[in-house]
Design a protein around this ligand. Structure first.
Ligand SMILES: Cc1cc2nc3c(=O)[nH]c(=O)nc-3n(C[C@H](O)[C@H](O)[C@H](O)COP(=O)(O)O)c2cc1C
Length: 140
């Protein structure tokens, strides 16, 4: 879907995994999502965040100019650490166009169980990143 944001500049995406601060609770998650959704809306960003076994997996997409400052904020946020960029680059079509930031956790669907069932490699970097995206897109 082409909207004003997308027409103004090309789309990019950013996919990472990070370790949540050990004492992160539901209150922290609620606050993270509340700020994320309003800021993403203003910047024309969409995506999803998955929390499982102390790890965050996040896919963010939108116009490059809007995406960059949000990524910088996320990278310096002390509510998580060890941010590993799994993939990033240009994007043709939004994958989560209906979501300012969808949230899921293992009660909804488990990434670890999903990987085990797919017999996909979690060692090969490209296959792992592709698996994470496929998993995130499989959550309905
Ligand atoms: C796991 C995680 C995911 C986040 N996702 C987003 C997001 O999608 N969009 C966003 O604006 N902020 C997100 N944040 C919050 C930012 O890190 C930051 O606190 C917020 O954007 C405010 O920016 P500032 O700290 O530079 O003022 C996230 C934080 C964490 C820990």
């Amino acid at each position: 879907m082409i909207n004003d944001f997308d027409a103004a500049s090309g789309l990019s995406f950013f996919l990472y995994r990070s370790a949540a601060r050990p004492d992160i609770g539901n209150g922290d998650l609620t606050r993270i999502l509340s700020v994320a959704r309003s800021r993403n809306k203003a910047a024309g960003l969409t995506g999803c965040l998955h929390h499982e076994d102390g790890l965050f997996f996040q896919w963010l997409e939108g116009p490059h100019a809007g995406l960059r400052p949000v990524i910088e904020s996320i990278l310096r946020d002390d509510r998580h650490h060890d941010v590993t960029v799994l993939n990033e680059g240009p994007l043709d079509v939004r994958r989560f166009e209906d979501w300012q930031m969808r949230f899921s956790d293992r009660d909804r669907k488990s990434l670890m169980d999903w990987f085990a069932a797919q017999s996909m490699s979690t060692v090969d970097r490209n296959e792992y990143a592709g698996g994470v995206v496929a998993f995130l897109q499989s959550i309905v």
